[in-house]
Design a protein around this ligand. Structure first.
Ligand SMILES: NC(=O)c1ccc[n+]([C@@H]2O[C@H](COP(=O)([O-])OP(=O)(O)OC[C@H]3O[C@@H](n4cnc5c(N)ncnc54)[C@H](O)[C@@H]3O)[C@@H](O)[C@H]2O)c1
Length: 386
């Protein structure tokens, strides 16, 4: 195969990641040759920004029928991942699917089975595994510096939560199941990756305390008389400007999960969507010390339990250089990894099993918090996947 020929389904928003795969230069390994989207304006922008000669269609099935497409990037809203991902695999395409893999555990398992039956790669876009700050944390943990990992404490302050998660499909359970999947599948996956273990049992509490309310579902920010005074008014953004205080909003906007992982590791995770700042704070504790990121991208502190010797040796600060590219430099790297997987047979850092386990954990946590916090066991992954 000369270059991997890629079609993108869902070309705006996250679909912009596909520009990394359009590599017409001699040494490039892939080309973006097609796009599908229900919105024709987005398709026109996609051709302008990615490839003027790309085939475009408003029906993704037409894209899947094309024999000149080897792989498909699925960047549509979460509730469509299973349908479109399975259809693409059945059409004989390799699939890069955005996280979360699907909005149910059963949906993930169906996608995994479909990939196995088709003999095609299914890659899930857990790009946090490719961010330098978290790679640095993983390296330090794996070096044994903090000893055997026993506990994790993760807080996700989702500043701009209203802007990104409450003005459109993200705010509906039938579209996401829960923001513990939609947003939290990233953090749950990172807890699994950094500790090296998957969750087995969870309990959770959460509620909708700030967003949602009694406004009509068809109220849109540009038409609202409170446009200039509302703290959560959305700048004009077609498809993403429904009122954040409308009736149909039914996902929780703040939630706490306690997790029991394999090997007796304990973790707790808080996600809140009405915080002033955007920040992920990860603390991992081992038998010899602990580490923590001081901000989203540049500093990790490590403290070890040295009883003897100079204290200076026990506390260290690691500076991580800024990286270029979307999501802290992760997006260009994960795109190359997808090519390595398909073209070179590499085992990915973000495995399909991990994608499935983060959804299964998020679904179990959502079930728990909607049932008075009763603990819920995570259904094990299909045996063949291990
Ligand atoms: N890994 C990350 O860092 C990251 C970041 C943002 C979004 N995402 C994921 O990417 C996905 C898309 O998110 P988004 O915010 O771009 O969503 P979005 O609502 O902006 O939709 C993306 C595109 O899908 C198109 N679309 C919707 N229904 C379609 C259909 N039936 N057929 C074809 N196209 C259709 C929309 O018109 C839009 O162009 C989500 O699953 C989200 O979780 C991941």
């Amino acid at each position: 195969m000369d270059k991997l020929r890629i079609g993108v389904i869902g070309v705006s928003g996250r679909g912009a990641i596909a520009r990394n795969w359009h590599q017409p230069q001699a040494r490039g390994r892939s080309l973006v040759v097609a796009g599908a989207d229900t919105n024709e304006q987005f398709l026109a922008e996609f051709r302008k920004n990615t490839n003027e000669d790309a085939f475009v269609t408003t029906d993704y099935r037409e894209l899947l029928e094309r024999p000149d497409i080897d792989a498909v990037v699925v960047t549509v809203p979460d509730f469509l991942h299973e349908e479109i991902g399975c259809a693409a695999l059945q059409a004989g395409k390799h699939v890069y699917c955005e996280k979360p893999m699907a909005i149910t555990t059963e949906g993930c398992d169906r996608m995994l089975e479909t990939a196995r039956a088709a003999g095609k790669h299914l890659f899930v876009g857990h790009n946090m595994r490719y961010m330098d700050i978290f790679r640095a944390m993983k390296e330090i943990i794996d070096s044994g510096t903090i000893g055997e990992v026993k506990a994790a404490w993760v807080r996700h302050f989702v500043g701009l939560g209203g802007q990104f998660y409450f003005h459109d499909w993200h705010a509906r359970r039938d579209r996401t199941t829960s923001l513990l999947l939609q947003k939290g599948s990233h953090d749950i996956d990172m807890i699994h990756w950094l500790t090296g273990r998957f969750s087995q049992r969870v309990a959770a509490f959460g509620s909708l305390d700030y967003f949602g309310g009694s406004r009509p579902n068809d109220l849109r920010c540009p038409d609202c008389p409170e446009l200039n005074t509302c703290p959560d008014a959305q700048v004009p953004w077609p498809g993403h400007d429904q009122c954040a205080y409308r009736q149909e909003v039914d996902v929780e906007d703040n939630q706490v999960v306690i997790m029991q992982l394999e090997g007796g590791i304990k973790a707790s995770y808080l996600q809140c969507h009405f915080t002033p700042e955007y920040f992920r704070n990860y603390t991992i504790i081992g038998t010899e010390g602990r580490l923590e990121n001081l901000d989203d991208s540049s500093k990790v502190i490590v403290k070890t339990r040295r009883r003897f010797g100079p204290k200076g040796l026990s506390d260290r600060v690691y500076e991580v250089k800024p990286a270029e590219g979307g999501h802290g430099g992760a997006d260009p790297v994960i795109c190359e990894e997808f090519l390595d997987v398909v073209l070179e047979g590499k085992q990915p850092v973000a495995t399909p099993l991990a994608g499935r386990m983060s959804v299964a954990t998020g679904c179990a946590a959502a079930e728990s918090l909607r049932n008075d916090g009763v603990p819920v066991n995570i259904p094990p992954a299909p045996a063949w996947l291990k």
